[in-house]
Design a protein around this ligand. Structure first.
Ligand SMILES: Nc1ncnc2c1ncn2[C@@H]1O[C@H](COP(=O)(O)OP(=O)(O)OP(=O)(O)O)[C@@H](O)[C@H]1O
Ligand SMILES: [Mg+2]
Length: 443
């Protein structure tokens, strides 16, 4: 626990600081409110013990200003004898507690222990909340040889600190694998933090990554700790690395070389111990050729590379994944689903899955919701075919569906439909007969 002792009376300061140091706390001192504010700009504290009455900037003002810089700091205010009103005011303004002078050291120690415990619980809760928000299922299905080999590789590389580059089409499970690496490493009890480089414009991405000091830019009214700092001793996933702006690439390169950076608007170098994992669904070599990605950064990131196979390259995983998702979604929707028909599985096996596991997951979530019986049927798994992948719907089927749509739009006016389709009426009549299309509304 880092504690800042603020008092303009040297003897009082020395007494408190000496006592706290002996108890094993990390202690800094400030001789005025002004100095306390200055120190807080460069370093964060868990607790500030502050005299209320000080010349120039008093305890209340210093507390208010430090809270603006670093809202996480907790305050313990020391009040002179008989100043009950200011004590009440101090609490209202957000101090954790107050102590009247002369300070009873046993009492002080008890309060600090309580604060320390509360901050610990608070932090744990935050970590839990973060994990819960971004992590729902730990199971990783891997039946195919390709995936089994890949998991063996993950187990081997997890213990090292080398940077990993995960390549794979969207929805193949890049984030799942990144989390798995973290969970299998010695960093598992610290944070796994993910940031998507695609969703954010350059300045926002950098402030997310590096954090910023108060006043770094308009709107920066509080210090913000970046993801790199949050991931200290843990793992940071840089998702969609192919989309990272060139300016940020330079800064990232420096982090990878020295593991040191500054918050935006800051001057103090911050050192972190972070394992970096980058993920992309783009061809980075191509981006290098187009000078959109720095080659030196590529080599720094690509120390170990993992290529996640697409789902169509590991069709043996489809059935186990289907079973897994049926279980997951039926549990979630409180439905009893016992299985899936062979015909439905065959349909799923024939499909090319451009959206990979994510798409399969979505199809099954729908199927579980739509399913009327206890077994998922082929009509519960309507596969999206507008993505242009053959294998599920033949050209003839597409034609049939399109003709039916146009006929319905024109209320089965053959002449009008033929004109819209750009064919002769007789051709259309032939097709209608061939495909056995009927006007369902007149029957
Ligand atoms: N092996 C697996 N076993 C079970 N579920 C998986 C597996 N791989 C991926 N998933 C699930 O598929 C979905 C997509 O995975 P993930 O988000 O890791 O993919 P991604 O490659 O990062 O995708 P995107 O490119 O869309 O960000 C997630 O819901 C994930 O839980
Ligand atoms: Mg992803």
């Amino acid at each position: 626990m880092r504690i800042l002792v603020v008092d303009d009376e040297e003897s009082q300061r020395d007494l408190l600081a000496g006592f706290l140091k002996k108890r094993g706390y990390e202690v800094k001192q400030a001789a005025s409110g002004k100095e306390a504010i200055e120190i807080s700009r460069v370093q964060g504290f868990d607790l500030a013990i502050m005299d209320l009455k000080m010349a120039e900037i008093d305890g209340i003002e210093a507390m208010t200003r430090i809270k603006e810089i670093d809202p996480e700091t907790c305050f313990l205010i020391l009040t002179g004898y008989g100043t009950v009103e200011s004590a009440v005011e101090v609490m209202k303004l957000g101090a954790y507690d107050y102590l009247s002078k002369p300070v009873n050291l046993d009492e002080l120690e008890l309060i600090i222990e309580r604060i320390s415990e509360e901050q610990f619980v608070h932090r744990e809760l935050e970590i839990l909340r973060e994990e819960k928000a971004s992590f729902t299922d730990e199971s990783v299905i891997a039946e195919s040889k390709k995936m089994k080999d890949l998991l063996a590789l993950v187990a081997r590389i997890a213990k090292s600190n080398s940077t990993v580059l995960i390549n794979g089409e969207s929805g193949t499970g890049k984030e799942v694998i990144a989390r798995l690496i973290h969970k299998a490493s010695d960093r598992r009890n610290n944070r796994f933090v993910a940031i998507s480089c695609a969703a954010l414009p350059e300045t926002l991405l950098e402030s997310e990554l590096f954090g910023f000091e108060r006043g770094a830019f308009t709107g920066a009214d509080k210090r913000k700790v970046g993801k790199l700092e949050l991931a200290h001793n843990g793992t940071l996933l840089l998702d969609e690395i192919g989309d990272i702006p060139t300016g940020t690439q330079v800064k990232l390169l420096r982090v990878l070389q020295e593991f040191t950076f500054e918050r935006l608007g800051g001057t103090v170098p911050i050192k972190v111990d972070v394992r970096l994992i980058a993920a992309t669904n783009q061809d980075l070599r191509k981006k290098i050729a187009e000078t959109q990605f720095r080659e030196d950064l590529y080599y720094r990131l690509n120390v170990i590379s993992i290529d996640l196979p697409s789902l169509r390259e590991r069709k043996e995983d489809i059935k186990p994944l289907v079973d897994f998702f049926i279980k997951k979604f039926s549990m979630r929707s409180n439905k009893i689903i016992k299985g899936i028909t062979r015909e439905a599985v065959n349909t799923l096996m024939r499909y090319e899955w451009p959206g990979n596991i994510r798409e399969l997951e979505n199809v099954l979530e729908r199927a579980v919701v739509l399913c009327r019986g206890e077994v998922i049927d082929v009509r519960d798994v309507p596969i999206r075919t507008d993505s242009g992948f053959a294998g599920v719907e033949s050209l003839a089927e597409v034609e049939k569906r399109h003709i039916r749509t146009i006929l319905e739009q024109t209320s089965w006016n053959i002449s009008e439909a033929a004109r819209k389709l750009g064919v002769h009426r007789n051709t259309l009549r032939l097709k209608i007969k061939e495909y056995g299309l009927t006007d369902s509304t007149t029957r």
